[in-house]
Ligand binder design. Structure first.
Ligand SMILES: N[C@@H](CCC(=O)N[C@@H](CS)C(=O)NCC(=O)O)C(=O)O
Length: 217
């Protein structure tokens, strides 16, 4: 699925840290259902550092990458603000990401219609912060974990309903600014495309369409 591994990958590309993206079934050589119980907190994404340290929870992964890259804010107030934006952006994960990646037909429509008031409310909050910061990104002119997390969910919302983001010109400008970072643009142009949303969602990997889900295809 296109979900919580996106912001860490955007941040890794932005900071120029090398990594390999590996599907769980290729890493473990077993279906996800068979190895899920061995994974700390039984969910993905997980980053494996030095072939040894397994770090789960997307916010912890993002914090780790920021620390390694020297992107952490020194000012505790600014750091708390960035953390609150990151958490608020990540709260968009549910119900947005599973709906876009998996739901079809009337189920998709019902889920979409039910979540729109929440999305609008959270988009309003995010737009207000950006407008008040008078900076390019949420904290300053450097994109950080909170920016890439917000980017992922705002960008994914276009696949739910592409008219939503158009109500928020400052958020659209923010998406454009993130998109115009060369390393990020390069990653975005090469990542698997998510197609047939609401019909039969698939990710196109190396030219082949794979059904979204937790089984190897
Ligand atoms: N709070 C966790 C949520 C992780 C999560 O929901 N992971 C989903 C995919 S994005 C997952 O592993 N689903 C498969 C499963 O639960 O078996 C995080 O931020 O990393």
């Amino acid at each position: 699925m296109r979900a919580l591994a996106e912001a860490p990958q955007l941040l890794l590309h932005y900071t120029g840290i090398d990594y390999n993206f590996i599907m769980s079934w290729d890493y473990y050589g077993k279906e996800w259902s068979e190895i899920k119980s061995q994974v700390p907190f039984k969910q993905l994404p997980m980053i494996v550092v030095d072939d040894k340290y397994e770090i789960c929870q997307s916010i912890a992964i993002l914090n780790f990458i920021e620390n390694v890259a020297g992107l952490k804010l020194k000012n505790p107030i600014e750091e708390a603000k960035a953390s609150s934006i990151l958490q608020s952006a990540q709260e968009l994960f549910l119900p947005l990401n599973p709906t876009v990646n998996f739901a079809v037909g009337n189920d998709f429509k019902k889920r979409r219609d039910d979540m729109i008031p929440f999305l609008i409310s959270r988009f309003e909050d995010l737009e207000k912060i950006l407008k008040s910061s008078e900076m390019k990104f949420f904290i300053d002119d450097t994109p950080r974990a909170c920016d890439f997390a917000a980017f992922h969910h705002l960008d994914l919302s276009k696949k739910l309903d592409d008219s939503l983001i158009k109500k928020f010109p400052r958020l659209e400008e923010f998406l454009k600014d993130i998109n115009s970072i060369d390393t990020v643009k390069n990653y975005l142009s090469q990542r698997p495309e998510l197609i047939d949303v609401s019909i039969e969602p698939k990710l196109v990997i190396d030219g082949k369409a794979h059904s979204t889900g937790t089984t190897k295809t």
